[in-house]
Design a protein around this ligand. Structure first.
Ligand code: AKG
Ligand code: FE2
Length: 294
């Protein structure tokens, strides 16, 4: 019998059900979180603010390109490609991270940008660490395990704009080609349009359906690595619109460990297929080189 391929939905209204979260992630690598407690009107305001930034002229936005590795500030349309895909994705984005790891840049306009985006970073960081903390029990590690690894870590909030598909685009180019996230866990705030799909265990692409204002969470390669694949980093992509050719916005928060944290397979998952220890910083550098950002 094939399993129900839909992504499980978990309400956080009564706190986090650790076993349900663990089962959901093990089954599909994804989980849809409702009642997450992030203030929705502020969230909507933040979306508006981010959209008005992307509406600025290209030459204004390009003032905020910092270096080649795209870890902070603005990355123009057509720069990043998914691992193993030669055609760049049809997206532009902005990255915010922790100043202690690499200083942020902030645009002069819109005025609310820094306040709104810094607020969202803190909210998602909090919810993300709460999820990881809940997983410590099913993963049979100390309660402080992920706090020690990831509190104050190298997490990045990515503000994404997928513009209408330009005429004459490479027919092989998509909004976001198939990839797995690099980090521990990703929290994706309510995209403004459909398009996100995951590849199920039978290799079939399936749209991810989530109620408005839910958070979609998915496990990244680092969580897959320390669980020796028991929690999979599920391949996903964002397809081009087949209806009206409009912009799409989304805001994934990539929860990362501190660069010096060691990714080590957890005791209960050691054995066949277990990867070597590596620092989170070295692992990230390898993966960024593969996506054209280093
Ligand atoms: O825009 C989305 O819905 C997903 C983006 C994504 O998967 C990513 O940036 O890693
Ligand atoms: Fe992703």
């Amino acid at each position: 019998m094939t399993q129900d391929p839909s992504v499980p939905v978990l309400s956080l209204a009564e706190g986090i059900d650790a076993e349900a979260l663990y089962r959901a992630l093990m089954r599909t690598g994804f989980v849809v979180l409702t009642d997450h407690g992030i203030d929705l009107s502020r969230l909507h305001e933040t979306y508006e603010t981010v959209a008005s930034f992307f509406a600025l002229p290209e030459q204004t936005k390009e003032r905020y390109v910092v270096g080649r590795d795209g870890q902070r500030g603005y990355t123009p349309f057509g720069r990043e490609n998914a691992k193993g895909n030669p055609v760049p994705d049809l997206k532009e984005f902005w990255h915010v991270g922790r100043d202690a790891i690499a200083p942020n840049v902030w645009p002069d306009e819109p005025e609310a940008f820094r306040r709104d985006v810094a607020w969202l970073y803190e909210e998602l960081d909090r919810v993300g660490l709460d999820l990881l903390r809940a997983l410590t029990s099913p993963l049979e590690v100390a309660r402080a395990y992920f706090d020690e690894m990831a509190a104050g870590g190298n997490s990045v909030l990515r503000l994404l704009h997928y513009p209408p598909i330009p005429e004459g685009s490479d027919p092989n180019a998509v909004r976001a080609a198939a990839h797995e996230d690099i980090n521990l866990i990703t929290l994706l705030v309510s995209a403004s349009a459909a398009g996100l799909e995951l590849m199920d265990r039978d290799g079939v692409w399936r749209p991810i359906e989530a109620p408005a204002d839910a958070i979609i969470a998915d496990a990244g390669d680092m969580l897959a690595r320390i669980t020796n694949g028991h929690i999979p980093a599920t391949t996903h992509r964002v397809v081009n619109p087949d209806g009206p050719n409009t912009s799409r916005y989304s805001m994934p928060f990539f929860l990362h460990p501190r660069p010096d944290a060691v990714l080590s397979v957890l005791p209960q998952f050691r054995g066949e297929g277990a990867a070597e220890d590596i620092t989170a910083g070295d692992f990230l550098a390898e993966r960024l080189a593969e996506i054209g950002l280093k």
